[in-house]
Design a binder for this molecule. Sequence first.
Ligand code: TXA
Ligand code: MG
Length: 352
Amino acid sequence: MMRCMETRVIEVDLLDDCRAVYKEAAAVLAEGGLVALPTETVYGLGADAFNTEAVAQVFAVKERPAFDPLICHLAHAKGLKDIANVPAELQALVDKLAHEFWPGPMTLVLPRRECVPDIVTSGLPTVACRVPSHEVMRGVVRALGHPIAAPSANRFGHISPTSAGAVMKELGGRIPMVLDAGACAEGLESTILAPCIDEKGNPAVRLLREGPITREKLRGICRVIRPGKNKAVDAAAAPTAPGQLKSHYAPAKKLVLHNPREPFEPEEGVTYGLITYQGDSPLASQDCWAEVMPLSPGSGRLAEAAVRLFAVMRAMDEHEEVQVIVAEELPETGLGCAMMDRLRRAAANRDE
Ligand code: TXA
Ligand code: MG
């Protein structure tokens, strides 16, 4: 069983001078402790990336299998060369991506340097690197002076936390400190890209996880190869992200996806909660719902829906009357692709 400890939640107001808080968090990390930290995507469970025992604690606290590697968070793109060896033929592409999207919700999988412990990369020859835009995560990385290895601050397979309250529900009593800077601005985990050379010899990226940097945003910057679309490139590539496990990001309750243009046929004796995309869904007018929660209560904006998706999934999971969660299928453009990716995994049968 997990050791129970008191978890300190420290509120961080970015309008104040936060250096003392960053130092305090960095001191916990420097001693091998874990701190949950906000990023613009979701809250992360941080450890000093160069401290193997601390990183081992991350796996223990999350109950995460050791084959699932962690992302290293840097304060600045300049720090990339300290943990990754960017191949010469990919340097121009990496520079371009870093210039466009860092700091921000993009993770690059690149050949690792020796100094990155095996436990961080699960023994892979590559390391996942990200320069987040959230001031708190970057401030603590700077104060520590090392990269911070941080997965999302939830128990393995659960919904990622987008607030300190959600972190406490997942990991309260298991970690010494949470920095609370309010809700995350993006609400979905970073886009994961593996820069590579395609079959024609040109630089490209393999899209390992959909996220806030959408395929539309990448268009015009480089070719995007979706796993499964090009067998030759897949075969040559490192293992894909285990965030790609079929069942992931899952509420405890059963979740089913439903086409909003078709009526829902409830089963006798089951109570349902409905997650709609926008405020005026035709499905919402059916009388079979114990609860209806819209992701974007007005006429539907994908960015607003993305910010609220995990919080709404959690609220449905905690709802006393709801037994089964029905989620409307979302339009698969822009951020809708990443949201549908998370919803499909939430709906996947865990026994498969
Ligand atoms: O937005 C985010 O990315 C958040 C915040 C905290 O930065 N982090 C996050 O971490 O979502 P996590 O551990 O929940 O998901 C990271 C994913 C995992 O699915 C992991 O398998 C993949 O990144 N990953 C890490 N290193 C990898 C590598 N070397 N090759 C392929 N995939 C890798
Ligand atoms: Mg995660």
